[in-house]
Every structure is written in C-alpha cells, then in structure tokens.
Design a protein around this ligand. Sequence first.
Ligand code: STX
Length: 318
Amino acid sequence: MRSFYPEVEPHETGLLDVGDGHQIYYEVSGNPAGKPAVYLHGGPGGASSPDQRRVFDPEKYRIVLLDQRGCGQSLPHASAPEADLTSITTWHIVEDIESLRRHLDVEAWLVCGGSWGSALALAYAEKHPAAVSELVLRGIFTLRPSELDWFYEGGAASVYPDLWEGFVAPVPPEQRGRLVEAYSRLLNDPDPAVHVPAAKAWSRWESSAITLLPDESLVEHFTEDAFAVAFARIENHFFMHGGWFEDGQLIRDASSLKDVPAVIVQGRYDMCTPAVTAWDLHRAWPEAELRMIPDAGHAFTEPGILDAIIEATDRFAS
Ligand code: STX
C-alpha cells in the first residue's frame, strides 16, 4: 500500500491575472527541474489543498496546484456579496490552465484530477491535447444530465434517505421536483439568511456522501460558511448550464485521447459519481487503464484510491 508522500511546502506562489477581473492562485512545489504535473481540484468550486501535492513524488515532479476562478485563494471569491459568476465557465477555466502553463514555461504536463477535476482534465486534454503528457483521473464525473439527476435530483436519496432530508429541507415542498433550479434561487438570494443555510445544506449533502464511511471532520470543513457559499454557488451555476457541454460530450470525444497514456481510478462504492460513468469512459477509450477499487467511495483520500493514484504517478515519473 502506498500512502501520501511527505508534506512539502511550495517554493513559489502567486496570483495570475487571467482577465475578466479574475486572478487565480497557484503554487509550485517539489523539484523545480522535475517533470511538470498539475492537480485539478473538484467541485467545481472546491479548492486546492496541501494534501493534493502529496500524490506526487516531490523529488521527481514539479508540482503545480491552482484554485479555479472564484474559489480557494483566487480572487474575487464567489462568496462575496457582489460575486458575478458569468465569466466562470468550464471553457474559461480551461484557458486559465493554458495561461498558467505558459506562465510557468511548461511545454506539457501530467494532468491529475478527481471528480469535477476529472471532467475538467478531460475537457482540457480534449481541447489542448499537445499540452497533456499523461492523465491520472479519479471518481469520473462528466456532468451528463443522468449524473446530475442521480446526485442532485433524488437518485442517491435511495442510499442516504436520512441525509437527503437535510438536502431538501431548505427548498419549499412545491419546488422539490426540480432541486437544482430551486437551489439556484436560494443560493443567489442576496440575503445571507437565505443563501448561507442553503449553501451549508448543499455542501453537507455532498461532503457526507463522498467517503465510504462517515467523516464528520471532513463535513465540518466543507460546511464552513465562505467555503460552502462559493462551492454551492459555483457547482449550482455549472449544473444549471450542464457544464457548457453537450450531453455526453466528454465521453464522446475521449477517443481523441487514445495516444495519451492514462489511468482511470474509480471506487466501486462511489455514491457521488457512480462507477457507470468511469465504465462508459473506459468503453469509449479502452487505451486508458481502468482501476476499479472494490472497497472505496469517492474521495481521493480513500485508502485504495490514493494507492492507485500514487502507483500511476510513480509509474509516469520514470
Ligand atoms: N461534484 C463532485 C466534486 O468534484 C459533483 C466534489 N465533491 N465534493 C468535493 O468535490 C469537495 C471535496 C471539494 C467537497
């Protein structure tokens, strides 16, 4: 079993001006002369975290983390009262990754991402294949309507009926037939007495369902007010727009990645992004190696998941 590499501190951090009034936070750690790798965080609307550095051997990799538009340490933060999400879209973020790649003078990099990070990695690689040397993807999410229906419109309620009551609680009963839409109204209400509890309920639902076993400290972290508001607002905004994808687009176009070495890591008991999406991706892109972990949920910290991710980054390092 492999576990995290030791903690490592960045030797470079910065805010990159990407236009539209946005500055994105980035940091570089590991070996400055190593193989470039970038980690794409989840959500959308999550954040980078120091543990994400630790899936890479710091002696072999030049490790880049970034906070996507509107979240983490990027500015402005989507929890701000005047937050405007109109220029936060998949394709803006894809171009931000390209801007950062050029800013750091990287020719091509290994792209690692889980969950929404896997969707973003696929979108980026399909748009800019020459910039991607390898892909390591986990907990595959592609924003198809069927995936959103599963997690946000009631599918997963069959597994977590208790937690589901908390998710629907802020929504007036007559609006519960279309929860993403109802939440859009709540999360964009200017009154913090409306949008903060809604954001916390949204974030509690999601963070409670990402580990195989309950992890209250993780839930507490992801339901902290500012994090929850940015996370819920950005996720909901993306889901209202289907991620600016055609239904099935990322999987349909995955055949274009056949020459990019790739590993797909999927937990069998992932209740947030169920295994069918990883399977559909594997069918469309058989050259990528699929590692189905029999006893894991969604989060990258699940033991079997972490092990498989690090096995892949170690293999691609040499
Ligand atoms: N969203 C899946 C995702 O990327 C559909 C994700 N879920 N929870 C997270 O990310 C956090 C770990 C950031 C809470």
